[in-house]
Design a protein around this ligand. Structure first.
Ligand code: S3P
Length: 187
């Protein structure tokens, strides 16, 4: 069996429950979920994308038209709905884990994996993007770092596992994730 087949096999074995990816904007939740789903039979669900398609509006448009609370309620409802899924990697919007209720629903959904990256790295990844309303006026390393600090405790409390993504490739992050999920299953 080559490395890739071995990795796929492991992923199939540990996915039975869903994987819920959380973390700050730009940590790579979407990229990681897409990579995992390309490798195996797991489905990738991008919560922001589902919400945006259903509302027929972009995320900034939803925030502008109805406000953050409305958007957060859509996230809660979607997390509940996704409990019907299996073999799915759910990529949450960066603020989803800040609500206690959402964390409860995530835990029912599967294992919650927090991805992290440094403010410098996040800035590099997001500096040219305009689709994060909560970064308006603070799209610099200091602003990102402050918001990250405000959120850190809640992110860490929600997580069953924390994976640093700085200086790692997407395959490396995925391999670490699968390896650690397998170890959790063996405990
Ligand atoms: C948000 C993160 C965004 C999106 C919305 C709010 C946040 O998702 O849900 O702009 O509060 O951190 P990404 O983490 O996918 O960028």
């Amino acid at each position: 069996m080559n490395d890739l087949e071995f990795f796929r096999k492991k992923l199939d074995l540990c996915i039975g429950k869903n994987i819920v990816l959380i973390g700050f904007m730009g940590v790579g939740k979407t990229t990681v979920s897409q990579y995992l789903s390309k490798l195996s039979d797991v489905k990738a669900v991008e919560m922001d994308q589902v919400i945006s398609e259903r509302e027929k509006m972009s995320i900034p448009e939803i925030f502008a038209a109805y406000g953050e609370e409305y958007f957060r309620n859509l996230e809660t409802n979607l997390l509940i709905e996704l409990q019907n899924e299996t073999n799915t990697v759910i990529s949450c919007g960066g603020g989803a884990a800040l609500r206690e209720r959402n964390v409860k629903e995530m835990k029912k959904n599967g294992r919650v994996v927090l991805l992290t990256a440094s403010p410098e790295e996040i800035y590099e990844r997001l500096k040219d993007s305009d689709d994060r309303p909560l970064l308006n006026g603070r799209k610099n390393v200091k602003g990102i770092s402050e918001l990250m600090e405000q959120r850190r405790e809640k992110y860490e409390a929600a997580a069953d596992m924390i994976i640093k993504t700085d200086d790692k490739t997407v395959p490396e992050v995925c391999e670490e994730l699968v390896q650690r999920l397998t170890e959790m299953d063996e405990e």
